[in-house]
Design a protein around this ligand. Structure first.
Ligand code: ADP
Length: 349
C-alpha cells in the first residue's frame, strides 16, 4: 500500500495524493514543453474544467527533492504554483505527478522578441529583473538555491499585458546547509575558493551569475557571434552602440553579478538594494535593441542556451557529495593563514 507521506532525508515531507490522478484530471496529449526529464503535458480539472500543466517525474531522491522544494516555495508571486501532487504507480513504476498552474504566456525572451521595435525599454528590463530577483531573494532567504536559473525557466502566466513572470523547474534546487563546517573539497571546480566562501554562499552565487547573464542578454547585446565565449570565459563587455544609452547603474550591477570570483560577486540582498532594481520605476525609458538582437540571433540562440547549461552544470558541484578532506588534515596556504590568525586571537584573549 502507498505510504501517505514521503519523508526526505532533509526533513522535508511531501504529502502527495495517492488516488489516481485520472479521478480528478483529464490528461490531454497537448505537449506544453519538453525538458530533460520528459514532457510537460496539458491537463484539465474534471470539476472546474480549468487548464493546468502536468509534469511527470519518476520516483528518485532527486525527484523528491525537486517536488518538496518547489512545493515549499510555490506560494510566491514570481514562482510557478503547484496545485496538486499525486503519487501513482504505472506498471510497477512509482511516479510523482505534479499539477502546476499553466503558463500560457511562454518564455521570457520569446515575449521580448515578439515586441515591436522601440517598445522594450531599460525601465521594462529593470522591472523584469526586479521580478526575477525577488523570486531569487525569496528562495535565498529560505536557504534554497535554484541552480538552474536560465531563460527557459522563466515563463509568463498569460500572453497579454496581465501576464506575470514566474520562475519554474526546481530540478537542481538545493537546500543549502548553513551549518556546514568550513571544509575543503579535494578539487576546485570553476573559479571557486570554497574555503573563503563556504558551501552555502557558493550555491547561492550560481544564481547571481545567472541573473547577470540574463540581465546582460536582456539589454540587447548581440547574441552572435561572441555570446558563447562571453558565457564561457566570463569576459562580458559593453560595446557601442547597444550599450551607449544604457545607464551606468545597470552596467555596474551586471559587473557585480558577473564577477568571476564568487567570493566577490554580489549577494541577493546587495542586488535588491541596488537603485536600478529597488527603484526600477524611475529607470530611464531608453529604448533597447533587445527584440531586434534576439530576432537576429535566433539561429544561434540554442548554442547560447547550451553554453549557459554547461556553465551551470560546471558550477553545480555538490560539496556535500564530493569527497571532503578533513579540515585538520588539509594543507592550504589560505587555511594555514586563517588557522594562525585564529590561534593569535585565542592567544590574545
Ligand atoms: P525539465 O525539468 O524536464 O527540464 P521543465 O520544468 O523545465 O522540465 O519544463 C520543460 C518545459 O515545459 C519548459 O521549458 C516549458 O516550456 C514547459 N513548461 C514547464 N512548466 C510549465 C507550466 N507550468 N506551464 C506551461 N508550460 C510549462
Amino acid at each position: 500500500m502507498d505510504e501517505p507521506s514521503v519523508r526526505l532525508s532533509t526533513g522535508n515531507i511531501i504529502y502527495p495524493k495517492t488516488n489516481l490522478i485520472s479521478d480528478d484530471y483529464e490528461i490531454s496529449n497537448t505537449v506544453l514543453g519538453l525538458g530533460i526529464n520528459g514532457k510537460v503535458l496539458q491537463c484539465h480539472n474534471k470539476d472546474n474544467g480549468q487548464v493546468y500543466a502536468l509534469k511527470v517525474l519518476h520516483d528518485s531522491l532527486k525527484a523528491r527533492r525537486e517536488v518538496a522544494l518547489h512545493w515549499r516555495v510555490s506560494g510566491f508571486r514570481h514562482i510557478v504554483s503547484i496545485i496538486d501532487v499525486y503519487k501513482n504507480s504505472y506498471n510497477g513504476n512509482v511516479c510523482f505527478l505534479v499539477v502546476m498552474e499553466c503558463m500560457r504566456g511562454g518564455e521570457l525572451f520569446q515575449r521580448i522578441q515578439n515586441q515591436q521595435t522601440g517598445a522594450f525599454t531599460e525601465r521594462e528590463a529593470a522591472k523584469i529583473m526586479q521580478e526575477i530577483c525577488s523570486a531569487v531573494k525569496y528562495l535565498h532567504d529560505r536557504n534554497i538555491a535554484h541552480r538552474d536559473l536560465k531563460p527557459e525557466n522563466l515563463l509568463y502566466t498569460l500572453p497579454d499585458q496581465n501576464g506575470v513572470l514566474k520562475l519554474t523547474d526546481f530540478g537542481f534546487a538545493k537546500e543549502v546547509n548553513v551549518h556546514a563546517t568550513l571544509e575543503t573539497p579535494c578539487y576546485t571546480p570553476y573559479y571557486v575558493a570554497p574555503e573563503v566562501l563556504g558551501p552555502e554562499k557558493y550555491d547561492k552565487s550560481c544564481d547571481i551569475w545567472s541573473l547577470g547573464v540574463i540581465m546582460y542578454i536582456n539589454h540587447g547585446q548581440a547574441i552572435s557571434p561572441g555570446m558563447k565565449k562571453r558565457i564561457r570565459t566570463g569576459q562580458f563587455d559593453f560595446p557601442d552602440p547597444e550599450w551607449s544609452g544604457v545607464s551606468k547603474d545597470a552596467r555596474d550591477l551586471i559587473r557585480g553579478m558577473l564577477c568571476v570570483n564568487p567570493a566577490k560577486r554580489l549577494d541577493i540582498d546587495q542586488v535588491m538594494c541596488n537603485q536600478w532594481i529597488a527603484k526600477y520605476g524611475e529607470v530611464p525609458e531608453t529604448p533597447l535593441y533587445t527584440g531586434k538582437m534576439l530576432k537576429e540571433g535566433e539561429e544561434t540562440w540554442p548554442e547560447v542556451q547550451e553554453e549557459m547549461m554547461r556553465s551551470l552544470a560546471t558550477m553545480r558541484v555538490d560539496y556535500d557529495q564530493v569527497h571532503i578532506k578533513s579540515l585538520n588534515n588539509s594543507s592550504n596556504a589560505l587555511l594555514d593563514k586563517r588557522r594562525k590568525k585564529n590561534l593569535m586571537n585565542v592567544l590574545k584573549k
